[in-house]
Structures are given as structure tokens and as C-alpha cells.
Design a protein around this ligand. Structure first.
Ligand SMILES: [Zn+2]
Length: 96
């Protein structure tokens, strides 16, 4: 599945309901999912991590749809290497 196909699938499933909620309330749900991903990463539980990555990606997709952003088009900024240094792997100075 391509990124655009995924975004369209999520739109079909949730766009109407999420649009009624509004972008900012939807963003709080996305933030909640990011917190759940953090907990799954800390637990080092692969099954939970996969579930939470999927949930975060779905909430990100529905937010992008509400904002009118095509995720597949947006991620093209990375197709020619790091957007800052243009290298693969990135050669920017490491920052902690
Ligand atoms: Zn770089």
C-alpha cells in the first residue's frame, strides 16, 4: 500500500467524524496516541509498539487530510536525502 492509498483509506473510515470533531481536538487525540507509543517503546513490547505506530500513523493521516495535506507529496522532501545537507545518510552535525 502506498502512503496516498493509506491516507485515502483512513479518510474513508474517519474523515467525516474527525472533521466534525475539528482539527485541534483531533490533534489532542493524536498527541494521546504519541504518549501511548512512548509507553510501548519504554516497555519494549513489540506487539504494542506495532499497534501504537499504526495508531499514530492513522491519526497523522487524518490530521493531514483535515489540513488538506497530501502526505505522499509532503514526504517527497526526503526523497533526495536529508532535506538540510542532501546526504544519505545525513551528514548534519549530531545534536543530542
Ligand atoms: Zn543532514
Amino acid at each position: 500500500m502506498q502512503i496516498r492509498e493509506f491516507q485515502k483509506m483512513i479518510e474513508a473510515q474517519y474523515f467525516e467524524r474527525d472533521s466534525k470533531r475539528g482539527m485541534w481536538k483531533t490533534f489532542t487525540w493524536f498527541s494521546e496516541e504519541v504518549g501511548e507509543l512512548a509507553r510501548a517503546l519504554l516497555r519494549e513490547d513489540k506487539t504494542s509498539q506495532e499497534k501504537e505506530f499504526a495508531d499514530c500513523f492513522a491519526w497523522l493521516a487524518t490530521l493531514a487530510s483535515q489540513a488538506g495535506v497530501d502526505l505522499e507529496e509532503a514526504v517527497r522532501k526526503y526523497e533526495n536525502g536529508c532535506p538540510r545537507c542532501r546526504q544519505t545518510p545525513c551528514a548534519c552535525p549530531f545534536v543530542r
